[in-house]
Structures are given as structure tokens and as C-alpha cells.
Design a protein around this ligand. Sequence first.
Ligand code: NDP
Length: 257
Amino acid sequence: MTSLSAPQPAPPFAIVTGGSTGIGQHLVGALAAAGYRVAFSYYASPEPALALVEEQTARGHSVIAMPCDVGIKAQVESFAEAVVAWAGSAPDLLVNNAGIQTWSPLLELSEERWDAVLRTNLKGCFLNTQIFGRLMAQRGSGGAIVNIGSGCNKHAFPNLVDYTASKGGIEQFTKSAAVELGPYGIRVNCVAPGAIATERTAEEAPDYAAQWSPMTPLGRVGTPADIAGPVLFFAGPAAAFVTGQTLWVDGGVFTRA
Ligand code: NDP
């Protein structure tokens, strides 16, 4: 007599934009370790993306990477088509993480730089949310979207006017998208990191930790791992009734005036 076992549900499927380095790279690993199949986009540097796929595959995880400029609709559509074909379904989770930042006084900020920052950070969030949100809505079993904002838009932040405008936009976009997508069972939340030590921040300021730690009530800068926990929280069942929220993950640094 043969014993019949119930069919196993497919593992959940997550998208991470800008997964090749920094916070995104850590998110890819954390989501894979939590049982997700992960597809991530990258932009200019294929080497770290391919190394990450290799590393995760060696650990037995299902991870793929594709180049995709998050600010170009046709590229996001091609990315979505390819990764949905790979996974065989719409994603359960989208993390809008891709972002760029440079410092410039307002009076010297070029129009090109303003456009690049707003296009990558804010339009990228919109395009991915619309394209993957439609797929989630069509599938009909809900989903979660987590947008990576920034603690620095909590207060005025000189020399970052383009960046803070984009991240303030993400916070508001999160609320409006949550209201519109709620009826489809899609929850939309925002994780707003404070000072997080990554390769990029080390390149920008070698004394990054020394600069930020004394100002931070918890006495240190954050790590990409500090961001993964809140993203997994918003993605999972513990946050089943949470939508439209921004969680400040900054060790308290932007809470002080
Ligand atoms: P990194 O520069 O390390 O990583 C950025 C990622 O985004 C890379 O994978 C990069 O790909 C990708 N990317 C850049 N432009 C595009 C684009 N047009 N299309 C697709 N992907 C793109 O940054 P962090 O890890 O530090 O930051 C990640 C997110 O967290 C950003 O949204 C940032 O604003 C936010 N954040 C970070 C903080 C920090 O202290 N680190 C603090 C607050 C918020 P590639 O390398 O191939 O170009």
C-alpha cells in the first residue's frame, strides 16, 4: 500500500530591488535563510550580484539576480516577467530597497542629480510597487511590500535635499499605497534606517562609526542585519494587521531633537 502525503506549498517568493550590495545584499541572504526564494535586481555592478547568487546557491537557497534600472518602466516590466517565470508565481514580498545618495548644498545641486535621485529612489519605488502590486492583486492571495525609507527625513537635513525629498516621498507613498492596496490583502509598510554601516558609507566617510555612534542613544551605528529583522517582521504573519506604517530603525538617533 502506498502512503499519500499532502502536497507541499511552494516556498514564498521575494523580490529585493538593489540587492547586490549593502543593506540589500544582507536582505537577500536573510530572506533566503528564512525560506524565501529570492530574485533581486542590481544596476551597475554585476560582480557582487553574481558572487551573491553563487554564495546563496552554494548554501542550497534559490536566488537569482538580474540587471534592471528601477527607474525605467520597460526594464522593470522585463525584470518582472523574467522573475515571475522563474518562480512560477507572483511574489509574496517586494522590498523596494534600491537607492542612491550624494551630498550637495541646495544652491549647487544640479538638475541632473536631482532627477537621478528622485528617479531611482521614488519613481523606482512607484514602478516596482505598481508592476508587482498588479501581479499580487491578480493572483488574489495578498502580499507584503516593504519600502526602505530613511530616518533622515524625520528632521531637516542640510545638503541632502534631493535625497530627503525622495525618502519623505516614500513615507507618504507608503501610506497612500497601503490604503489603495489594502482591499487586495496587500500590506505596504516602510522601514526607515538611521546610520547603517555599509561599504558605501565607509567609502563616503571612513570615520562614519566614530561620527554617528556618540549621537546615537544606543551608542553605535547600525548594521544591515539591524534592518533585516524589521523587514522580516513586516513581511510575516506577526504584522498581518499592520499597514501604512513607518518603523524608524535608527538606534534612536533621529528621535532626539
Ligand atoms: P548601497 O549603495 O550599498 O546599495 C544600493 C543598491 O541599489 C545596490 O545594489 C545598487 O546596485 C542598487 N541600485 C542603485 N541604483 C539603482 C537603479 N537605478 N536600479 C536598480 N538598482 C540600483 O546602499 P545601502 O545599502 O547603503 O542603501 C540601501 C537602501 O537603504 C537605499 O535605499 C538607501 O537610501 C537606504 N538607506 C541607507 C542608509 C545607510 O546608512 N546605509 C540609511 C538610510 C537609508 P549596483 O551596485 O549594481 O549599482
